[in-house]
Ligand binder design. Structure first.
Ligand code: ZN
Length: 223
């Protein structure tokens, strides 16, 4: 089962952090306590060094509070599209035949969990697109930090903020996402269209989003 989040321009549709759900409609979560995230080479036009990129990814991981669980390493030659048991962050190559790419996509491979009520994430790959490169060139590395921080949220198992509200809106008198957005001082990092909003850059998850991540990870078994 493969879940893909395409993060591109578009309307936000709930505001609360949401756990992604897999094929059977069950919430997804990691059940390994320690993960590696392999960072591949980046395109030269990005204008950063590998060290800069690794630093950005590590800061993103720390911003979610999972730096003890996710080890970030440099792995030249790996691909984000392969199902190879490795968790990869890579840039889509410029020669790729893929259609116009959004900022980024995160693919989660899941399987039935050994415990009821969950689907286990077994591999997660983050693929950064040409729009991420362009945004970095035009708006600086904060734009890339925003994109990576957001994709790491998907990597950990969160869906987009605002993605449930639309479904509930007809039946339940809740404010629309646009109303929440108009009233908010800052947008959640899992907002689906962060870079398209005329706001200061969002570089970190909200406290609620960080708490949702703790829920999204299986708790270590008591000794
Ligand atoms: Zn997204």
């Amino acid at each position: 089962m493969l879940l893909t989040f395409a993060c591109a321009r578009g309307d936000a549709s709930g505001w609360e952090p949401l756990r992604a759900r897999g094929a059977a409609g069950l919430p997804v979560r990691w059940e390994q306590l320690q993960l590696s995230l392999c960072v591949a080479e980046m395109p030269a036009e990005l204008g950063l060094t590998h060290g800069d990129l690794l630093d950005l990814v590590r800061k993103g991981v720390s911003s979610w509070g999972v730096e003890r669980r996710v080890r970030v390493t440099f792995c030249p030659g790996v691909s984000a599209s392969a199902e190879d048991g490795r968790n990869v962050l890579a840039f889509e190559s410029a020669s790729s035949a893929a259609p116009a790419h959004p900022y980024a996509r995160t693919h989660l491979r899941t399987r039935r969990s050994a415990t009821d009520g969950f689907e286990e994430i077994v591999e997660a790959d983050i693929q950064l697109g040409s729009m991420a490169v362009r945004a970095t060139r035009e708006r600086g590395r904060e734009a890339l930090a925003t994109i990576i921080g957001h994709e790491l949220g998907h990597f950990i198992g969160l869906a987009h903020a605002c993605s449930a509200l639309k479904r509930r809106a007809a039946a339940v008198a809740t404010p629309t996402c646009a109303e929440l957005e108009a009233a908010a001082e800052t947008l959640p990092l899992m907002h689906p269209a962060l870079l398209d909003r005329p706001r200061p850059p969002v570089l970190r998850p909200t406290a609620r989003e960080r708490r949702a991540v703790l829920d999204a990870w299986v708790a270590p078994r008591a000794p």
